[in-house]
Design a binder for this molecule. Structure first.
Ligand SMILES: *Cc1c(COP(=O)(O)O)cnc(C)c1O
Length: 741
């Protein structure tokens, strides 16, 4: 089967057919009708727009949904599928005859459709890919929008931003992941500060996903090849601009009850359950791609979870007639692996006995003996530990990278011994992470930049010269835009508190410390991320007296906003949250410490641009890269960060604050004291050095501008994806042309 060229054409255009096999478009069932049959013909494009996440990073498309009915838009929690689903026929009829709405509609839909039909972009202009082969990106999580809770933290947002940027650049990308119909856990905090979790089921008809059907019109269900006992998965498609993300779902009738639960939740604790997830993702995902006509491709593994895809690619090539050695070589030459975890304990290792249980028929079908298979995942430094997914991925990928320079140094120490003797290729490489700028730029700053950086700035935003124009923005205007973001954050947080109060009458103490005291005039520090203990959320609470003096200073007060979830099985992480709660409750801190429940993508969109300073103090070298500080930076929120992850590359002396951190037993205390020093001597005085003439702190604004200028061109996915394309994909795609698939 030689469907590669069809497959890619298909990615960019739904109407192209392939000689052999069904095309994904033919196989997918359009759910536009099912959203709301009452959508009038004049504005029928709304359904198409709602089911393509392109709307989420295009502010004019967001405005369009808001214009339909602002209250309903808010009630839908900015989910256009739900909005259209819930709207009354009259509202839609009215919109279809409202000239102002129609003008806006025509312009948004026109741009959307022309972009979706267009095959062009930076990638086809710059990367040689005559067969128009795709890159298949595999990730266990994707952070795309809060209406699709398929993420836990940074790894997922990186994957989501990667797909959005690929669409913008015209890179023929296909994503593979899980749908997690069990949803992610909503965080609730009890009156004694303990995190409890309410799981919220994913409402499939309110999500912009479409079930893939087979040739006969029945839902497509694939079997994970040769794995015993058998496992099946359905396939859903999510459109992200020009890119498709295929989501596997084990909740299908064909499965035994215990297998239906495999993909219900993200990151389960039990090793066997986790192994079964990874079998479905890697082997099932690869089989699903083949079933849809994607054979010749470059495989990109985001972290080790999907690494079994390598084995299944080898099996496919052996089925096409290659020897094991030949197939492994070709798979290696067409595989990219990105590692993210600088601690050994964070890498998946499975007991050999567990693999034996599932892989028996698989191995005999490819004529591979068990020893040789186990060898692929054995770490020579710890041969008895079990089958290591990172070792498998490192060995079997010609292109592997770390996600910051520092992370590469740490990874060298962890995996340098896997280097093949005499290999001329550099063993490790790094491509520093970035963020999808159109997703994370605050709309108020975006319009300010449209005015001062020129209307085309967004399409060339990885060009540093454009960002020099930030200096031309009058300080007062930048400050006014930031103040508005801060007000929006405070209003949002208070609204959440009010709703919590009216919904379930919690302990009033909980409501008070969830943000009702926030003061827009006060210097506000934000700390929000996953509550893993290495992130050291409570570091700033170490010296109570000193912190009290900083927060309660009458002239120059400071307030602290915390938010973040601990993994449901992470007891230590929950204790960290409880410590913050106790501090927030402690009247000695004067009500200046706030904890906002249920951190998610939506809250991040308010919180990150709405605070004045972003705080980051993980225990080095545990933060492989970190991305929330980049999101802050492009929004003019400087960071105060320990020198770890991306900040080693990003800090330039003017764009925020850095400290190097100590060593030894009392390191936490010493790190905290460096934070207090910087706050007392640099941050607070500068923030409050307000010019009496115009009421603006020009010294502070200069740091804000530096933060924007340094993060914008460098720490964006535009720069990052271009690096992957020119350093890895270009070469890999050339090799993929030769695959006999
Ligand atoms: C960006 C983001 C993260 C990742 O932040 P890190 O600083 O990389 O840990 C986590 N959660 C949300 C909601 C985000 O937007």
């Amino acid at each position: 089967m030689n469907c590669g060229s069809f497959a890619i054409t298909n990615l960019m255009n739904d109407k192209v057919h392939c000689g052999e096999g069904p095309s994904p478009a033919e196989m997918s069932m359009d759910n536009r009708e099912s959203i709301n049959p009452k959508i009038p013909a004049r504005i029928e494009g709304l359904g198409e727009l709602a089911t393509n996440l392109w709307w989420s990073w295009n502010p004019r498309a967001r405005d369009l949904f808001n214009m339909l009915n602002p209250a309903a838009w808010q009630l839908s929690v900015h989910n256009p599928v739900k909005l259209l689903h819930d709207l009354e026929g009259e509202v839609l009829e009215e919109a279809a005859t409202n000239p102002r709405f129609l003008r806006h509609y025509d312009s948004v839909i026109g741009r959307f459709r022309s972009e979706m039909r267009n095959f062009g972009g930076w990638f086809p202009d710059n990367v040689n890919n005559p067969g128009r082969l795709p890159v298949a990106y595999f990730s266990a999580e994707y952070g795309l929008h809060h209406s699709m809770p398929f993420y836990a933290g940074g790894l997922g947002f990186l994957a989501g931003d990667f797909l959005k940027e690929s669409s913008d650049l015209g890179l023929p990308m296909i994503g593979v992941g899980f749908m997690y119909p069990g949803g992610y856990l909503r965080q609730r905090i009890t009156s004694d500060g303990w995190q409890t979790n309410e799981s919220e089921e994913l409402h499939k008809s309110h999500a912009p996903i479409t079930r893939m059907n087979d040739e006969t019109g029945k839902p497509l269900v694939i079997q994970v090849p040769l794995i015993e006992p058998p496992i099946f998965a359905g396939v859903w498609r999510l459109k992200i601009g020009r890119v498709s993300l295929f989501l596997l779902d084990t909740d299908v009738e064909e499965n035994d009850p215990w297998n239906r639960e495999i993909s219900s939740r993200l990151y389960v604790g039990d090793a066997e359950h986790r192994l079964r997830q990874e079998l479905v993702l890697g082997i099932g995902g690869t089989a699903a791609l083949a079933r849809m006509g994607y054979g010749r491709l470059v495989l990109h593994l985001n972290e080790g979870h999907p690494a079994f895809a390598i084995i299944e690619r080898i099996r496919q090539l052996m089925e096409a007639g290659l020897s094991f050695t030949g197939a492994s070589g070709q798979v290696r030459n067409t595989t990219v692996f990105t590692t993210h975890t600088p601690v050994l304990a964070g890498h998946d290792v499975f007991a050999f006995s567990l693999l034996e249980k599932y892989f028996g028929s698989y191995l005999s079908s490819i004529g591979l003996d068990q020893e040789a298979f186990f060898q692929m995942g054995t770490d020579p430094a710890r041969p008895d530990a079990g089958f290591n997914m990172t070792v498998l991925a490192m060995r079997m990928s010609r292109f592997h990278n770390c996600v910051s320079r520092r992370h590469m140094e740490v990874t060298e120490g962890m995996w340098g011994h896997l280097r093949q003797n005499g290999s001329p290729e550099p063993f490790l490489d790094y491509i520093t992470n970035g963020i999808h700028l159109p997703t994370w730029i605050n709309p108020r700053l975006e319009s300010l930049f449209n005015r001062y950086l020129g209307p085309g700035w967004l399409s060339d935003h990885d060009d540093p010269t454009i960002w020099e124009l930030v200096d031309e923005i009058p300080d007062g205007e930048l400050w006014a835009a930031h103040r508005l973001s801060k007000m929006k954050l405070i209003t949002h947080v208070r609204e959440r508190a009010r709703q919590r109060w009216t919904l379930d009458q919690p302990d009033p103490g909980i409501v008070l410390l969830s943000g009702v005291f926030l003061d827009p005039m006060v210097l506000t520090i934000g700390f929000a991320r996953r509550f893993a203990t290495y992130k050291r959320a409570t570091l700033i609470l170490s010296d109570t007296k000193r912190l009290c003096r900083i927060l309660n200073n009458c002239d120059r007060p400071v307030q602290l906003v915390f938010s973040g979830k601990a993994h449901p099985q992470d007891y230590a992480g929950k204790e960290v949250i409880q410590q913050i709660y106790r501090a927030a409750k402690d009247s000695a801190f004067g009500g200046r410490i706030v904890f906002v429940e249920d951190y998610d993508e939506q809250l991040a969109q308010y919180l990150i641009p709405g605070v004045d300073l972003w705080l980051n103090n993980p225990l080095p070298p545990m933060e492989a890269c970190g991305t929330s500080g980049m999101k802050a930076g492009i929004n003019g929120v400087p960071q105060l960060s320990i020198l770890d992850g991306w900040w080693i590359e990003g800090f330039n002396g003017f764009n925020g604050w850095a400290f190097s951190g100590g060593l030894g037993d009392d390191r936490d205390a010493r790190d905290a004291s460096q934070i207090y020093d910087i706050l007392e001597n640099q941050v607070v005085p500068r923030y409050y050095a307000i010019d009496n003439g115009d009421g603006v702190a020009h010294g502070w604004i200069s740091v804000m501008k530096e933060a924007i200028k340094s993060a914008g061109p460098q720490f964006c996915t535009r720069r990052m994806v271009k690096e992957y394309a020119s350093r890895f994909y270009q070469e890999g795609l050339k090799e993929a042309e030769r695959l006999p698939l």
